[in-house]
Design a protein around this ligand. Structure first.
Ligand code: IPM
Ligand code: MG
Length: 355
């Protein structure tokens, strides 16, 4: 089969890690007889430098016309002074919105080979964890009304959290369907003791829970959830939460897997096409030095094969190769804890060899 994949390399370590994932995809294509056709498009700071705007129209059109899209990361100090609507990050929100990617799946699991990298107590590590965070991605405070104005005490700024029933229903349904295919436990995370949006979220969550009697559905306040994630992560199976809470909790969940450099994600719409991206950022401090961990992006490519193209064996081959490379002791700097570290390219080579 032939698949067209849009590449959004972006900024910082984005180009290095996307190129690693492309090498892995090419190797998988050769092994299993598929042709992946890659087309790069500009996004983020790279697009600002080239054409003065973070998300050019050609990028949006190209992504919409592709079978799927792989993204590295956007942003960096060079563009931090720009106004909010011209920042690289705005492009990421823009492409998520343009592609209708309201679901963001962020799995966080502890690989046996990385147990020593987990910062938690030994008895917690022994129990392990395997969590799927279902993050709402095109609503909430990220997309609500915002601005600057003159307030009672002078200059003030505001952002608004807003969720409609439709937006909550569709993400909650995705989460229940996801839980059904896993250990059938779903935790909805909100701040219903303070926020009106959370109270609507919680009400709808329980309405829909009635349609899924086979799934154990509970809710939890976000401050408690942040604590429970490090106290007893094994209690979670699937988590569903709003855009901003999902952003924050997924970084926390990533660190207990050993490194934020390990976590892949899939951003999905109603149709199969999607955008696949590591959850980490552009890490400008290590860009261009060959230090970046490519695993999160390589695993994002595996998620693409699984979700966008239904290529289960191919996706499984990538995951197995990553696990083997880790089990064989290969470590990029972020997971080497001061020990011997391999470069981005060496890690990629090791994974390609083990396919
Ligand atoms: C993420 C990132 C983005 C987000 C930023 C770069 C806009 O942190 O994908 O988690 O907040 O969604
Ligand atoms: Mg984030």
């Amino acid at each position: 089969m032939k698949y067209s994949i849009g590449l959004l390399r972006g900024d910082g370590i984005g180009p290095e890690i996307v190129d690693s994932a492309v090498r892995v995809l090419r190797a998988v294509g050769e092994k299993f007889g598929h042709e992946f056709v890659f087309t790069p498009y500009l996004i983020g700071g790279a697009a600002i430098d080239a054409c003065g705007q973070p998300l050019p129209k050609e990028t949006v059109d190209g992504c919409l016309a592709s079978d799927s899209v792989l993204l590295g990361a956007v942003g960096g100090p060079k563009w931090d002074h720009l106004p909010g609507n011209l920042r690289p990050e705005k492009a990421l929100l823009g492409i998520r919105e343009a592609m209708g990617l309201f679901t963001n799946l962020r799995p966080a699991k502890l690989y046996p080979a990385l147990k020593a990298e987990c910062p938690l107590r030994e008895d917690i590590v022994e129990k392990g964890f395997d969590i799927m965070i279902v993050r709402e991605l095109t609503g909430g405070i990220y997309f609500g009304e915002r601005g600057y104005r003159e307030g009672r005490y002078g200059e003030e700024a505001y952002d608004t959290e807003r969720y409609s029933r439709m937006e909550i229903e569709r993400i909650v349904r995705v989460a229940f369907e996801t839980a059904r295919k896993r250990r059938k436990k779903l935790t909805s995370i909100d701040k219903a003791n303070v926020l009106e949006t959370s109270r609507l979220w919680r009400k709808i969550f329980h309405e829909i829970a009635a349609e899924y009697p086979d799934v154990e559905a509970t809710d939890m306040l976000v401050d408690n959830a942040a604590m429970q994630l490090v106290r007893n992560p094994a209690q979670f199976d699937v988590i569903v939460t709003s855009n901003m809470f999902g952003d924050i909790l997924s970084d926390e969940a990533s660190q207990i897997t050993g490194s934020i450099g390990m976590l892949e994600s899939a951003s999905l719409s109603d149709c199969k096409r999607g955008l696949y991206e590591p959850i980490h950022g552009s890490a400008p401090d290590i860009a261009g030095q060959g230090k970046a961990n490519p695993i999160a992006t390589i695993l994002s490519a595996a998620m693409m094969l699984l979700y966008a193209f239904d290529l289960k064996d191919e996706a499984g081959a990538i995951v197995a190769a990553v696990e083997k490379a880790l089990a064989d002791g290969l470590r990029t700097a972020d997971i080497a804890r001061g020990g011997a570290a391999v470069s981005t390219d060496e890690m990629t080579d090791a994974i390609v060899q083990r396919l």
